[in-house]
Write a protein of this length. Structure first.
Length: 277
């Protein structure tokens, strides 16, 4: 197989529920790089919460904050923060409708206390890896600061939660023209509805495009693995898109391939099938 640029989401793809990458997954990433492919993390996480256990696997670069930050071999290729006046406008709208938020910037995470309470009480849908990740961050003691400590210097994105879908839907018409408005999967018994807003034109697919341009490669030479709707643009851009077995239905429908779940070492076995290792 020709040498590829391979892009891997973290939560629900590379790892499950804040756990370390499995030995098989580590073997797949390192094996692909040994064969001359380049492998990148492509995640909604901001840089401070990409743990050392993930970095230690060994990657050629990182796309973080859903495309808001791109770096290759420790060189920053792209960095985009939402202006503070826009953030405050969005927060006011969300709060007016009973929707609670967390702000992710280059320093860390800042959250409304009501959001943490909702996350602690919520029963997550198995297909909602983003909600599970936020719950596990609280359990693992990841430093999450109260909103009062937010320095108001801009941020990459805003994540949100609400106890009713109606509250979320009420904010959407005001924001979807300027933002990619993602609502993550939910079931009939869901008590916590969550999602995120990312500026239009800033997404994982755009991050991939920046990496391709840096290396002088085409999108046809890329492979992307993901599981949730914030991976949609990444999958659209990729030459070959692979949905995890645990991915949401919408992503499976649009993907070129569906592999085993993250719990079943889907990345490793799909790398084998595709001749990447």
């Amino acid at each position: 197989m020709d040498r590829k640029l391979i892009f891997l989401d973290i939560d629900g793809t590379l790892i499950t529920a804040m756990k370390k990458p499995s030995p098989q997954t580590v073997r797949a990433v390192r094996g692909a790089r040994a064969k001359g492919h380049k492998v990148f993390v492509c995640t909604g996480r901001n840089m401070p919460i990409i743990g050392e256990d993930i970095r230690a696997v060994g990657f050629d670069g990182i796309i973080s904050s859903a495309g808001g930050h791109v770096e290759v071999e420790d060189k920053v290729l792209f960095d985009h923060l939402l202006p503070e006046d826009v953030i405050q406008e969005c927060l006011s709208l969300f709060h007016e409708h009973g929707v609670y938020c967390r702000i992710e910037n280059q320093d860390g995470i800042y959250t409304d206390p009501q959001m943490e309470a909702l996350l602690r009480a919520a029963k997550a849908d198995r297909g909602n890896s983003e909600l599970i990740r936020m719950q596990r961050e609280i359990e693992a003691g990841i430093p999450i600061r109260p909103y009062e400590q937010y320095p108001k210097k801009g941020a990459y994105k805003i994540c949100f939660t609400a106890s009713s879908l109606e509250a979320v839907e009420e904010t959407k018409p005001y924001l979807e023209e300027r933002f990619v408005y993602v609502v993550h999967p939910y079931g009939d018994s869901t008590s916590c509805f969550n999602g995120e807003i990312i500026p239009r034109g800033i997404d994982k697919g755009k991050g991939m495009e920046i990496v391709c341009s840096h290396f002088g490669r085409s999108r046809e030479e890329t492979v992307a693995f993901g599981d949730s709707m914030n991976d949609y643009e990444m999958m659209q851009y990729a030459g070959i898109s692979v949905a995890m077995g645990n991915a949401c239905r919408e992503l499976k429908r649009m993907a070129d391939r569906v592999c085993k779940s993250v719990e079943e070492d889907g990345i490793y076995y799909e790398f084998l099938k595709m001749g990447l290792i």
